[in-house]
Write a protein that binds this ligand. Structure first.
Ligand code: COA
Length: 507
């Protein structure tokens, strides 16, 4: 049979060229594997240009030359850009061999050229857009499921530790006993921060701790050996240092603003226990340390959320890990993202008593204000992270004789029931702030404490970005004024000038 454009068979034979489809596919896979230096088993139809680090622009040109040589086809310059996946290459080669006119598939716009005739589809807020692949976190927003590297967070929170989870995120697999011990020892040994960074923090005593953390992480970059060692071993050391030192930076600022000397990190304590020790300067109970350890596990990663995306955008330009982490912390602190954890406690304080919750929520909604700790871009059901957090907040609230806190939260949940039924449910921030409050953390430390937990996730995401980088650069659809003549200063604002005409058109 003759292959029509775009049609593919499995056992058929081309009339012209008399090649079995399997043969063409097999040869194509071999050419692609050889040109890109990848294994043939990793090739699939959707494998695309720049989806993997091996398929960069030079390798793409090399691949085109190999295709021309191997199949005797001709690939002109315009076509080169359209052959951007294994599937499109196969289609093009088959069409060429079948002597049908080559019909390379149209590619989506990749330049900000002339405005398209019809407005492009715009996904505001990039909602529902996949910008890359990942092997770190998988979120099922319909079923309310979150997995880190394939492990359910409910299992991790029940059985793992923060250190083990951090290792999992950073290395891709759970550690064995020796690996965990060595990773943990490295973290404990790396906790102390350079004195110079304390000098940066000291004058910022009145600043919000999130701002200080952002500044301090940025400052750490300047305190690196210069020029920075770019070897993989040095990169790993940087990741260990940042994971270990973010808690120390938060606690040091907290001490300095209370006119106390920062206490030294205690190498005998776990990551979570040591954080509580450095912040409160009293030994935490085992129970408090274990709760914070679990909160850190739940906070450790959450896919392509705004702060992680910001970090990956920064990294995609080749900025270093400090710059990218600074971008993450800056983005994280907004009230619609990590900042919500702090605002939930304000809501609890303003409500004051459980019986006032319903009226408070009614008023917020009447004023079209969002309820902090509710709603999520991805989840349409229970945020799976809230399950343990709710239990812990309830237990602590009663144990510590502050039942009002959980009872107010329960009353808010009840008042929000009509919204929850429409998919706006409790999110990760709703109970976590109350837990931190019950463990004596001041309200403005909630966001940086969340950042302490999130640090290994951010760093794992950065490793993934660096390993298979492409500059993240989407498009904007321009809807402003069309090309217009430039008016000299003296001409502007006069009746009849192009400026006043366009102003008149707008009002
Ligand atoms: N309170 C009241 N209404 C809410 C709400 C909330 N917390 N969250 C979402 N909604 C409403 C939206 O206003 C929207 O209504 P509309 O269709 O009439 O415009 C509808 O529910 C659907 O919103 P959705 O598209 O699912 O949310 P989003 O992706 O635009 O926003 C958040 C997600 C997180 C920014 C939003 O839920 C929010 O602001 N929550 C409060 C802050 C917070 O807790 N952030 C932490 C997130 S982990």
């Amino acid at each position: 049979m003759v292959f029509e454009s775009g049609q593919r068979g499995t056992d058929d034979v081309f009339e012209s060229g008399q090649r079995g489809t399997d043969d063409v596919t097999t040869r194509l896979r071999a050419v692609v594997a050889q040109a890109l230096q990848i294994r043939e088993e990793t090739i699939f139809d959707g494998l695309g240009y720049r989806l993997i680090s091996e398929w960069d622009s030079l390798a793409h040109v090399g691949l085109m030359l190999d295709l021309e040589r191997e199949f005797g086809v001709s690939i002109d310059t315009d076509t080169v850009a359209t052959l951007d996946s294994f599937g499109t290459i196969e289609l093009y080669v088959r069409n060429s061999l079948g002597e049908a006119p080559p019909e390379p598939p149209a590619t989506p716009g990749t330049s900000e050229g002339p405005p398209p005739a019809t407005p492009p589809a715009i996904e505001r807020g990039l909602a529902g857009v996949y910008f890359d692949t990942t092997e770190i976190a998988s979120i099922d927003g319909q079923r309310g499921e979150l997995l880190y590297r394939g492990y359910d967070i409910q299992d991790l929170v029940a059985c793992s530790s923060f250190e083990e989870t951090a290792y999992l995120l950073l290395h891709g697999a759970l550690p064995d006993a020796a690996e965990l011990a060595s990773f943990d020892a490295e973290l404990r040994a790396a906790r102390a921060v350079p004195d110079a960074v304390l000098d940066v923090i000291r004058p910022l005593r009145h600043a919000h701790p999130s701002e200080v953390l952002r500044t301090a992480v940025s400052a750490l970059a300047s305190l690196e050996d210069s020029p920075p060692d770019a070897s993989p071993a040095a990169d790993l050391q940087r990741v260990i240092r940042l994971t270990a030192q973010v808690p120390t930076l938060v606690a040091a600022h907290h001490a300095l603003r209370r006119d106390r000397s920062p206490v030294a990190p205690d190498p005998e304590l776990s990551h979570a226990a040591n954080y509580l020790w450095m912040v409160n300067q009293t030994r935490p109970s085992e129970r408090a340390a274990r709760i914070v350890d679990r909160v850190f596990i739940l906070h450790a990663d959450h896919g392509a959320n705004a702060s992680t995306f910001a970090a990956r955008v920064a990294a995609s330009t080749g900025s270093d890990v400090y710059a990218a982490l600074t971008a993450a912390i800056a983005t994280f602190s907004g009230p619609l993202h990590g900042g919500a954890i702090e605002h939930v406690l304000t809501l609890v304080r303003e409500i004051g008593r459980p019986e006032r919750a319903a009226a408070y929520i009614r008023e917020l909604r009447a004023n079209h204000k969002v309820v902090m700790g509710f709603g999520h871009r991805v989840y349409r059901t229970e945020d799976p992270r809230s399950r343990y957090l709710q239990t812990a907040a309830r237990e602590l609230s009663y144990e510590l004789g502050q039942p009002d806190l959980i009872e107010i939260l329960d009353a808010v949940v009840e008042a929000m029931r009509p919204y929850s039924e429409k998919g706006v449910g409790v999110n990760v921030d709703f109970y976590a702030g109350v837990i931190y409050r019950l463990l004596d953390l001041p309200q403005d430390l909630f966001v940086p404490s969340f950042a302490v937990g999130r640090t290994p996730g951010w760093l794992a995401q950065l490793q993934e970005q660096y390993a298979n980088n492409i500059v993240i650069r989407p498009l904007q659809h321009y809807v402003g004024p069309r090309r217009r003549p430039y008016p000299q200063l003296a001409e502007r604002g006069k009746a009849g000038s192009p400026e006043s005409a366009s102003l008149a058109a707008r009002v």
